[in-house]
Design a protein around this ligand. Structure first.
Ligand SMILES: [Mn+2]
Length: 257
């Protein structure tokens, strides 16, 4: 297993590694845009939760059966230790042999989670799970983290939708990316969907009104979010900083994507 950390919003299905032993090095991190098979595969990775037990193929949300494992339980560490979002829990980090899920369901009344890795030489690397418009909790988390000028922030995507203030959350992520050079926000399926509606001129058909008020700089930021990002260090040994949601903004897990 390599000494690196991979950030991905959804996950990897084992069939991908069977078909492409060279792994992510094969892929353009912006190739979710546009059409064709490669863009479709990228969009599958943004949405991966369960994988088919027999073949290791991607299973769409709601199509899984009781024998289909979560991807993290069968991931063998081909791309190093992976941190992911997308699959909410009720406040607890989901742990696997070579991966950890940091979407602790803030927007569902759970918690917003940061995994903090500290170097002896100073400067921390801080990975933050799905925000979904919970800007008050994000502000509280950033305050608790007490940022230092050499820290770097890594957001796992799904900054927007479901919660109270998608535009505020995008704004805060923007400030953080530009305030702490080397920081990265990867793409979530919710940003991908918003970009797709915007590109096609279907903003009025998007399920949430914030997209009608989105600012050009926010679109520019979302447009360069990669659907995966790698850091040439193993960041798995760190500590958690968590903030409890102030309310249950979204009623139930149910139709969660
Ligand atoms: Mn998601």
């Amino acid at each position: 297993m390599s000494e690196q950390t991979t950030l991905i919003h959804g996950g990897f299905y084992p069939l991908f590694f069977k078909q492409h032993p060279e792994g992510l090095s094969l892929l353009d991190p912006l190739q979710h845009k546009g059409g064709g098979k490669r863009a479709e595969r990228a969009r599958r990775m943004l949405r991966t939760r369960h994988v088919e037990g027999g073949t290791g193929a991607f299973v769409a949300l709601g199509q899984e059966d009781s024998t289909d494992p979560k991807w993290g339980d069968v991931y063998e560490g081909q791309e190093g230790f992976a941190f992911y979002g997308h699959d909410p829990t009720e406040g607890e980090v989901r742990k696997h042999p070579f991966a950890a899920g940091l979407d602790t369901g803030c927007v569902f009344g759970g918690r917003l989670t940061a995994h903090v890795w500290s170097a002896a030489s100073g400067g921390r690397k801080i990975i933050i799970g799905d925000i979904h418009g919970c800007v008050e909790e994000l502000d509280e988390l950033l305050k608790l983290l007490d940022p230092g000028s050499s820290d770097k922030y890594f957001f796992l995507g799904d900054v927007v939708d479901k919660g109270p203030d998608s535009l505020g959350a995008l704004d805060r992520v923007y400030e953080t990316l530009y305030g702490y050079p080397g920081s990265v926000c990867i793409l979530g399926n919710h940003e991908e969907k918003a970009l797709r509606y915007h590109r096609k001129g279907k903003v009025d058909q998007f399920k949430e009104a914030w997209l009608q008020d989105v600012k050009p700089y926010m679109l520019a930021m979302m447009g360069v979010m990669p659907y995966w990002h790698q850091i040439p260090q193993d960041l798995r040994c760190g500590e958690l900083v968590q903030v409890q949601a102030k309310e249950k903004y979204c009623p139930a897990y149910g139709e969660v994507d």
